[in-house]
Design a protein around this ligand. Sequence first.
Ligand code: SF4
Length: 307
Amino acid sequence: MPEQIYAKPAEEMLWPGHSFCPGCAEPVLLRQVLSVLAEDPSTSLGESKKKIIIFVTPASCKSVCASFEANAEKVFDMASLFMSAPDRATGLRMALDCYGIQDALVVPWMGDGAAFDIGFGSLSAAATRNENILVFCHDNEAYMNTGIQQSGSTPREAWTTVTTEGKKDAKKDIVRILADHGVPYVATAAVAFLDDLREKVRKAKDIQGFRFIHLFTPCPTGWRLSENLSIEISRLAVASRVFPLYEVFGGKKYVINKMPDKIPVDDYLRLQGRFRHLIKEKISEIQKSVDSQMDYLKKLSLIKSQA
Ligand code: SF4
C-alpha cells in the first residue's frame, strides 16, 4: 500500500467543475501542485501579497478540461501554441524580470505530446539556456484529448488508435535527456505518492533556473483502465520499476527516492486494456527492458552520487 494516498491541500487552488474524465489522475496532481506553489511563507504577507503564479498551457487535456473552457484554476493561465510553451514562458519570465518581479513563478504545464514531441525543441532550448522556469509534464502516454494517438512517450507494445497491434518503438527517456542538459533540477513523481510529489514541488519552486518535474498521469480513458484504479496503477508502476521515483541535481547527482518491494511488471500491465493483446513472450521482453533500465538508473545513482 502507498504510504499516504491523500494529502489535503492547505489551500484549494482548483475550483470544482473542471471537466477531466472520471478517475483521471491529472486533476489530483494539478490540485496538489497548485496548492504547494501557492504556499510560500516568504511571500505570504496576506492574500494580496502571495506569490504570482503564471501557468503557460499548450494544447492538452488540461487546456480543455481546466484552463480556458472550465476556468477551474485560481491562477493566471496563458494559452500557448502546441510547440512553444517554454518559448512563451521564457518571454514572460524576461518581461517579469524587466519589471523587477523576480519572485513570480512561471510554470509551463505540458502534456507528453507537447514535451516529448511537438514542443521538444522549445523545451530543450529553454533547458540549454537554463531559463528560470518550472516545467511540469503530465504524462498520460499518448495524445489523449485528440483521440488516443501514440506519442514519443507511449511505451513499447501499448495499444493506441494508431498502434492497434502495439507500439513498436520505446518510450523516450525525457528525464535523462533533460538531465543531460545539465539543468539544476529534474524529478519524477506519481499520483500514488503525494507526499513525495509535494516535497519535490516545494524543493523545485525555490531553485533558480530550469526545473522539470515528470508526472506519471494514469488516464482511464486511453489506458482502458477502470476509473477507480488510477492511484493503484500508479503505485504498481513504481513498485514494478516501470516508473521509478528519482531526482537529478545539476545533471549529475542521481537520487532514487523510493524502492518499494519489487513486483512483476505483469501486475502493472494486466489491469490495462491497452496491453490486453500481449502474449507471455512480449511481457518477458518488457520485464527485461524494465530491469535493465532500473539497473542503469541504479548505476547512475552510484556513479554520479559523488559528482
Ligand atoms: S483523456 Fe485521459 S488524461 Fe485526458 S482527461 Fe480523460 S482520463 Fe484524463
